[in-house]
Design a binder for this molecule. Structure first.
Ligand SMILES: Cc1ncc(COP(=O)(O)O)c(C=O)c1O
Length: 428
C-alpha cells in the first residue's frame, strides 16, 4: 500500500472508530435512563461502552487518576479543533472568535455549581484558584488561619509564605484517619478557633485518604463568628454530586482536569459576590474591574483551546450523570478494599461511610514500605499508584480509578496485592 493510501485508510478507520465509540457511549447512556444509580454502578455493559470514549494506554493499569485524569476523546478532539483555529491567526481568532466562547464555559460551570455566572472565574488549575484567594486576602500581622496537616502541601506552603512575608499565623490541626465521625471534624475546627482567627481553610475531600469534610457545618459555624472560609475542592468537583448550597463557603477552588475530565491545565474559582471586591487578583487588574470576577483572569496571553473545550467535558460528565459516577466509584473502591482488609496487617484508612468517602481509597500494610510497594507494582506489573506518607502518622497507597477502569484491572491489583501481603514482604 503506498503511503497516501495507507494514511487515507488509517484516517478513515480512526474516524469510524471515533464515531462508533461516541455512539456506543451515547447508546449506553440512553439505555440506563431511569434506572437507579447503584444498579447502573454494577452494569458492566454500560461501563464497557463508556470505556470506548477514552484512548488510554491499556498496557498499564492507571490507579492514579486522582493526580490528573485523561480527557475523553471527544474533549481532546474539541481542544485540538480550537487549537488549530487559534493558530490560523491567533491575534484575530483567539481574541475575537474563541475568547468570547469562554463566557459560555463560565455559564455552564456556574450552573453546575449552582451559583451566579458573575461568581465564577476560569483558572489554570486548583492551585491558581486557591492561591488567588490565599494571597489576595487582606490579612494583618497576627491574624490566624486554621487548616490541617493533611491539606494539600502547596496550599500549606502558600500560607507559610504569608507567615514569613506578612506575619500571619498558621494553625495546622491533626486528625486520625479515618476520623471517628463528621461531628468530630466539625468540632475539631470549632474548638481551634481563637480571638485572632480570620480564615478557615478546609479540603472538601483530602488528596490523601479521600476524607470528605462536613463543609457546610464548618462554613456556617465560621460565618456566625465572622470568619471567612476557603474550600479546596480540587478533588471534589464532579467526583460526587453537590452544589454550592450544600457547602455555603465564601471561596471554592477546584481543578477541572481531575474529575470533570476537562483538558489538562484547567481549573475554576468561585468567589461569593460581595467578596469579589475585597480580594486582590494575583496578577494586577485595573481599578475599574474591582467588582468584576474576570479580574482574576487578567493573566496575559494564554491558550483559548483548553478553556473552550471545558464545555464538552461538562457535556460528557452530565451525560454519564454525577450520581452514577459516584456510585461506580464507591463500587470499585469496595471491590478491592473489602478483599484486602481481611488480610493480616492491612488497614483501609478511607472512611466506609458514603457521606465521607467516594472514589479515593487508601490501603496501608504494616511493615511494608509504601514507596517501595508502589515502585514494585509499577516495575513488575505496570500498576500505577501513588505512595503517600504522612510522617509519624501513616503511610500507604492511594488508589483512584476512573470511569474507564475495568473490573479486570481492579481485580489484578487486588490479586497482586494479596500475593505480596501474604508473602509478608515485597519479593526482591
Ligand atoms: C487537595 C488538593 N488541592 C490542590 C491541588 C492542586 O491541584 P492542581 O494540580 O489542579 O493545581 C490538588 C492536586 O492534587 C489537591 O489534591
Amino acid at each position: 500500500m503506498d503511503r497516501r493510501r495507507f494514511l487515507g485508510t488509517t484516517a478513515s478507520l480512526l474516524t469510524a472508530f471515533q464515531a462508533n465509540s461516541l455512539a456506543k457511549a451515547q447508546n449506553a447512556i440512553a439505555s440506563v435512563n431511569g434506572r437507579p444509580a447503584d444498579t447502573v454502578a454494577r452494569d458492566e455493559d454500560f461501563w464497557f461502552n463508556i470505556r470506548h470514549a477514552f484512548t488510554v494506554d491499556r498496557n498499564m493499569i492507571n490507579l492514579n487518576n486522582g493526580g490528573v485524569s485523561p480527557a475523553p476523546k471527544i474533549v481532546m478532539d474539541t481542544e485540538e479543533r480550537y487549537l488549530e483555529m487559534e493558530n490560523l491567526s491567533p491575534s484575530y481568532y483567539m481574541w475575537n472568535v474563541l475568547d468570547p466562547g469562554v463566557e459560555t464555559v463560565r455559564r455552564r460551570l456556574a450552573r453546575m455549581f449552582g451559583v451566579d455566572t458573575e461568581e465564577i472565574a476560569i483558572t489554570r488549575n486548583a492551585s491558581e484558584a486557591n492561591e488567588i484567594i490565599q494571597l489576595g486576602m487582606r490579612l494583618k500581622p497576627g491574624d490566624e488561619v486554621i487548616t490541617t496537616n493533611q491539606d494539600y502541601p502547596r496550599m500549606i506552603t502558600t500560607w507559610q509564605q504569608r507567615e514569613r512575608r506578612d506575619g500571619i499565623k498558621l494553625k495546622q490541626l491533626t486528625f486520625p484517619v479515618p476520623p471517628p465521625s463528621m461531628d468530630y471534624l466539625a468540632k475539631m475546627y470549632e474548638d481551634a478557633i481563637g480571638p485572632k482567627t480570620k480564615v478557615i481553610h478546609i479540603c472538601h475531600i483530602t488528596n490523601r485518604t479521600g476524607q470528605i469534610f462536613p463543609v457546610k457545618r464548618i462554613c456556617q459555624m465560621a460565618r456566625a463568628r465572622g470568619i471567612e472560609t476557603i474550600v479546596d475542592g480540587a478533588h471534589a468537583f464532579a467526583q460526587f454530586p453537590f452544589t454550592h448550597a450544600d457547602l455555603d463557603c465564601d471561596y471554592y477552588g477546584t481543578s477541572l482536569h481531575k474529575w470533570v475530565l476537562a483538558p489538562i491545565g484547567t481549573g475554576m474559582l468561585y468567589v461569593r459576590k460581595d467578596k469579589i471586591r475585597t480580594i486582590w487578583p494575583m496578577m494586577a487588574a485595573p481599578d475599574s474591574m474591582q467588582e468584576n470576577i474576570r479580574k482574576f483572569e487578567e493573566i496575559g496571553t494564554h491558550p483559548a483551546s483548553q478553556r473552550n473545550a471545558i464545555t464538552e467535558a461538562i457535556n460528557f460528565h452530565e451525560s454519564i450523570g454525577g450520581e452514577r459516577k459516584a456510585e461506580r466509584f464507591r463500587y470499585l473502591r469496595k471491590r478491592w478494599s473489602n478483599q484486602l482488609r481481611e488480610l493480616p496487617g492491612v488497614k483501609i484508612l478511607n472512611s466506609e461511610d458514603p457521606e465521607q468517602s467516594c472514589a479515593i481509597g487508601f490501603v496501608s500494610v504494616d511493615k511494608i514500605d509504601a514507596p517501595q510497594l508502589a515502585k514494585h507494582l509499577w516495575d513488575k506489573y505496570r500498576i500505577w499508584t501513588v505512595a503517600i506518607v504522612t510522617p509519624g502518622e501513616y503511610q500507604g497507597l492511594r488508589i483512584t480509578p476512573n470511569v474507564y477502569t475495568t473490573l479486570e484491572e481492579i481485580d489484578t491489583f487486588t490479586e497482586v496485592m494479596t500475593k505480596i501481603i501474604k508473602n509478608g514482604s515485597i519479593p526482591s
